[in-house]
Design a protein around this ligand. Sequence first.
Ligand SMILES: [Zn+2]
Length: 538
Amino acid sequence: MFELVIRNGVVLDGTGKPAVRADVAIDQQTIQFVGQRDTILAAREINASGLIVAPGFIDMHSHSDLTLFFQPDAQSKIRQGVTTEVVGNCGVSCAPVRAQHREALLRQFEANNFAMTVSEKAVWKWSSQMNYMCELVKKGISSNLISLVGGVPLRVAAAGMKEHLEPQELDVIKSLLQEELCQGVWGMSSGLYYIPGSHFTHTELVKLCKVIKEHGAMWAIHMRDEGQGLFDAVNEVISIANESGVSLQISHLKLEGKTNWGRAEELLAMLHDARANGVHVSWDQYPYTAYCSGLIDVIPPSLRGSGLDSFVKDLGSKKVRESLKEYMLHGVGSWHSPLEEVDWKGMMIAEVKYDKELVGKKLKEIAEENRTDPLEAILDLLRSQEACVKVVVHAMSENDVEVIMKDPATMISSDGKAVSPWGRYAEMHPHPRYYGAFPRVLGRYVRENNALDLPEAVRKMTSLPASKLGLRDRGVLKPGNAADIVIFDRERISDKATFDNPHQFACGIEYVIVNGKVVIGEGKHTGTYPGRLLTHDG
Ligand SMILES: [Zn+2]
């Protein structure tokens, strides 16, 4: 007698093989049987007739570690069918924290990630990312979590916000990284676009990547530039991976800005060349033409080197503002402004530190309401919100998104955080990927646009990321593997979240099972939290 049997479903095992009609029996958190037998006795049955039964989705690029701590019941991710999330991305993780540089870390954290209240900040003292993750998981989580450690907290713990590292400071970073890897993180992430991650030099990164490689772990990278300097940025990370031998994961691969549009094939060819030359490079993508980042990105990094607070203070000076307006439109030196090639007046405010009524408004509306120039409105926002503003910006072409998605090596990710339309995060206006990334691929790109076939799309969400991670017992629906399963209706599955109305759960995801326990049943959360912290054994 099994604990649970899923009857009459159409099983996609995650490897890309065609679907087969089969029953799936689960016991002791594990898949026991897949196939057809006359009698299968089980304590509980799910009738999946007419539905697809697949391995739970693995989100290769998530930021839920920043939200689940404050709201463990945040559901936007599990309701996409995601049963394992890789967190600690883009150079940002919650730890390690060292008392001496704690304030600097939290200040930096706010600018690109999210604003926290004084009492929320007070708990921020974890000595390691795995300490933090253990505490997070103890609260009860819906999906499994896999953590990376961010280059930013590692660097800040060793050297604060300094621009140049002394050799002994790099040694401290290396030993902190080693500690994290021994405790079970799956690798390190870097955000070379963001201060202070951008200060890491090529040589320093090669040294850190060698440590990662020794542990058989992964380096996930938000590249130095995803716009006009994209191709140089790709060359940079490929050469670091080549020199160090590290397993490289390029996060949220995309081509921002009009001069890049139409160059997706060229970009993919470059990556496949590197693979052919023995570089361990993989990549993931979220299925949208807009990105979401800190508004501070429009300010040249050289002008915020002395810290966000002094930058905010400088915004009081008319002279500073005049030169900033020039740089925002045309760049300065070798730095290109992200505003140069996008419809920036249409950017949407996603999060702010203080004036919540601004959230969900477009920049041009705010400028009109205040009877000011949109560039002035940007500077006013940065000043009034102390540089803590997140924005959604339309910057990619639909055709490039589709070309990247069709490449057999592309994995699907969300780049989103678990949130809910209630509680702590109801007041933000998130990018719709927080709610819709995976169902959007299965609805819009598989069913409506025929860009991918269904077994292939599911492979990109399951066995492909599992094999990159070296996750041996998940990602394929077969006996012996952990019972992480999603059951969905291929005719109905869709993302409902839009740019204007993002707080909407996806539809067509009928059941989500994590470690053998039903978390979503008939489309509703059951109040069970069987998610686990998965540790790397490198
Ligand atoms: Zn990123």
